[in-house]
Design a binder for this molecule. Sequence first.
Ligand code: ADP
Length: 575
Amino acid sequence: MKSKREGNTRFRLVLTLGLAVVLPALTLIVINFRHVKSIKRDKQVEALIHRDFDYLLTISEKQINQRAYAVTEEARDLFPADNATAEEKSKQLDAVLAKNPWFAHVFIFDSEKEIVFRSQPAKWNDPAFRADHERLKKIYSGWFGMEGKLIMEELHKRPKPISWYGGEYKGPDGQLHYTTSSFFAFPNVPQERVLLGGASFDPDYLKQTFFPEVLNQLISKTLNVDQQGLVPGMLHELKPLESNEHRDQPLAMMVYPADSTSSKHDHPIAMSPGWGSGEPEVSRSLDDVFRGLKLGIKFQGTTAKAISDRWVFQSLIILAVLSVLMIGGLVLTYRSVNKQVALARLKSDFVSNVSHELRTPLALIRLYAETLELGRITTQEKKNEYYSIIRKESERLTALINNILDFSRIEAGRKEYDFRETDIAELVRNTLDSYRFQIEQQGFALEEQIDAGIPPVRVDREAIARALVNLVNNALKYSHNEKFLGVRLYRDKSVLKLEVSDRGIGIERNEQARIFEKFYRTGDPLVHNTKGSGLGLSLVRHITRAHGGEVEVESIPGRGSKFTLSLPLANPSTP
Ligand code: ADP
């Protein structure tokens, strides 16, 4: 019956744990693992980063172009009027060059007059520059002479009448240089009139000043836009995705020639600080102003792949730790509940054992007392026997009640010990004396070995006697075939040892530690048939520990057991 009820309790417990905790927890873990795995497969994080990058590159190009347009429009306003003389034009263009040191050449073409083509005087000493001047002047006047009208028409179709011509050319040093030139119409001149102005950027200026500045500004600006969440549309739409971590990563940008074979991104025109090395994560071919160039972007010191891998890795680690914690928690809960169930069983066993143990001696005492009262017993010998039975049974009762009282005091934390200087040899002898009759009557051979010269020790007399009585009682209870009881008191250096041994049923190895737990009784069927509360040894242990000592058991099943109390001697130097 009992085990069935217990089985039910355990089953209910497992079911509750299973339904309420394990199932949801497992589902959560499985779903999360799948989620992380699918993200890894889809490279969602990487894709998300690339989308952000694309967007940043688009707005960056716009800003770069705006700057080039602004510079050019500002210069155009300083260009000479269409009716100026060639000399005046030269002068004014020189003034434009002086104000805009980033231009290498400026020119104005009038189909009715000559082209006026001026170049930066600071570079005039360079023969290659002069050669450039001559070459461009010739090319432009020829080209505009033939196609001027067409170019004007095209210009006026654009939102702003400025068009660009960019590309690389080989300098006299054999190196490739990139520049871009603008061609523009003037606002207040009739559209039919072919009047064209233009300016070429100085390649050195682009490389050394313009791009470095603009890139620097871009990487700080794009980040700011990001952090303030000011960018409408696209970035917001991306926000709900799990990993926005990359948005805090510092960025780096680079400008490099788009398709020249020799100069890929390892020959950049300019790069922002923090580019370090490596390829751009995403790149964009520039159009309009800087056609022929590419703008590349990446993270400083890391890659989108590294970020996405790290994110997946972190998520997996967190999940793993959570799973371990959850499993650990479950195991602990299960174990603690199991322990409670076992304790509850032990307690109920205890109650039935104790009531049984109380009833038997009481019944015997009553029976013998009544028999004596009736006066039917005539021989003194018989009477003595009955008296002794009554005394023995009351002693058993007292011992049991003492155990229970002690136990409840210990449980309530109220147990107090009264330590006094004691001749322990005498204490052991006296205790055994009061049991000698009972021991011998039960057919036990008592072997008593108490060493002489044991110094007095500070102990609680009553408690030590009770511990000894419990051990002796156990030896008597759990011996069936060979009835032997050995009690030894001796000194081992600074420790006093009290040994109680028997040749009884013994204790299985795996139960030897547990017998000192409260209520615990071994699974042996002989134990089951013997009365007991499971309290004795737990009291023995409590008492010994209160004396600063320890109790140990050595036992071989079927051969017997030996319990040893070790009590420290107060003054080890005493001989
Ligand atoms: P009780 O004897 O009332 O059951 P104890 O706490 O004294 O409780 O002992 C706990 C258990 O340890 C016993 O039920 C028994 O199984 C085992 N035990 C104790 N002493 C002996 C012994 N001398 N020989 C064999 N088993 C023992």
